[in-house]
Design a protein around this ligand. Structure first.
Ligand SMILES: Cc1ncc(COP(=O)(O)O)c(C=O)c1O
Ligand SMILES: [Zn+2]
Length: 398
């Protein structure tokens, strides 16, 4: 069994239905984490390189209840020699997850928890991926899905929501405002929430990417692991996952986790750089819509986990992100959405200072490029008539 602990005041709570946050702290300081009795647990190097995330059941707070569970996670860990000046580069391609993003790992936990606790309605505020993931993964259950998103989400993510049949509220507001609106409505109606940070179990799904990186790399631990950061839940999950494998004796060190944000959406970075950690709210503006967050909800948790991990947060420009999308595709074949390609932009930024060619680096690609093609400059492609194409090649052949 496990219990829930407040990230700030350390109050311990039973994992009872309806328990989301600490009673003594505000919403940003009072997020809860799931703690297992590690000292009584025996976990061996018993995992498969190809199975999905429910193979880590011993370290998950839910059982598997849906036909999709076996197909979430288990995404490829690609290995490239001598690319981007690294002797070896690992690329964890979560764009190949069920709905095309890392968020599936959290959504499937939320759905299983909602089933276990007997809920008939689940809701979520999202920059797009968490919502499309929840809507698709939950489409076959009897639980109703209600989604709140900023009206500006990319078309492909909206399409996923629509075909899934979810009840959708695209709102003329920022993600940060949409988040508050969704909680006002959803919690009052006693619907189950899949909102980042508020639901303590999401992190448990998000940590499984860390487990898979270790297992798929034969328990050889990367020196650095790069990931895009918005609310700070994925990065916290990665840190927790590496930490749990370390605590259980499966690895003898953890990778330094480097969170990458966009230059004009890097509130979490600013908070992390000054102790004590004091949350700030800012407006955010970046082409990486998934990480356009000005009021990160897992800010305190992410700061604590990063401090323990020894990692840090860095920021890159939108131009660097756009260039990284193409460089990543042209070098590895992986088409990433902007929030995933920030990892390569971040690596390129740290090379030569902190990161050397013989460091083993892993990039976590959190979203598929097909989810947001507006970031790619398609208008620059010239088109031809049939005659023009023949003419063009005849001229060349002569
Ligand atoms: C593709 C992608 N990458 C990274 C993130 C950042 O995750 P978090 O908000 O947990 O920091 C998100 C969140 O929506 C995302 O969709
Ligand atoms: Zn507390």
């Amino acid at each position: 069994m496990y219990h829930l602990t407040c990230i700030t005041c350390k109050t311990v709570y039973k994992p009872e239905p309806g328990r989301y946050l600490c009673d003594h702290c505000d919403a940003l300081h009072g997020t809860l984490e799931v703690i297992y009795p590690y000292e009584n647990m025996i976990v061996n190097k018993e995992f498969s390189k190809s199975l999905g995330m429910f193979q880590f059941q011993k370290l998950l707070p839910v059982s598997s209840h849906t036909p999709l569970d076996d197909y979430i996670g288990g995404t490829p860990l690609l290995r490239f020699d001598n690319v981007f000046n690294q002797n070896v580069l690992l690329v964890k391609n979560d764009g190949m997850n069920f709905s095309g993003s890392y968020k599936d790992r959290a959504s499937i936990i939320a759905i299983n928890k909602a089933i276990e606790e007997g809920n008939d309605h689940i809701f979520c505020a999202s920059t797009g991926n968490a919502a499309s993931s929840l809507a698709l993964l939950n489409a076959h259950t009897d639980i109703k899905t209600t989604i709140f998103v900023p009206k500006k989400i990319p078309e492909a993510k909206l399409a996923q929501l629509m075909v899934a049949g979810a009840e959708i509220y695209p709102i003329d507001a920022s993600y940060d405002e949409v988040f508050d609106i969704s909680l006002d409505i959803g919690l009052e109606k006693k619907w189950y929430t899949r909102n980042s940070a508020v639901n303590p179990y999401l992190l448990e799904g998000k940590k499984t990417g860390a487990f898979e990186i270790i297992v798929q790399n034969d328990y050889v631990v990367p020196d650095y692991c790069f990931v895009g950061v918005g609310d700070g839940t994925i990065i916290s999950g990665l840190c927790k996952g590496f930490d749990e494998f370390y605590t259980l004796g499966l690895i003898d060190k953890v990778p330094k986790v480097i969170g990458v944000q966009a230059e004009h959406a890097c509130t979490l970075k600013k908070v992390f750089e000054k102790k004590p950690y004091i949350p700030i709210f800012e407006s955010s503006e970046t082409i990486a819509d998934s990480i356009s967050v000005g009021n990160p909800r897992d800010v305190i948790k992410a700061c604590h986990y990063l401090e323990k991990n020894g990692g840090k947060l860095i920021a890159v420009t939108d131009d660097q992100i756009l260039s990284a999308i193409e460089q990543l595709a042209q070098t590895t074949g992986v088409f990433s959405e902007p929030a995933g390609a920030v990892t390569l932009a971040g690596l390129l930024k740290l090379q030569g200072n902190e990161i050397q060619p013989d460091d083993l680096v892993c990039l976590v690609i959190t979203g598929n490029g097909l989810k947001d093609i507006s970031a790619v400059k398609l208008q620059s492609v010239k088109t031809y008539s049939k005659d023009e194409v023949y003419d063009y090649f005849e001229k060349r052949l002569k």
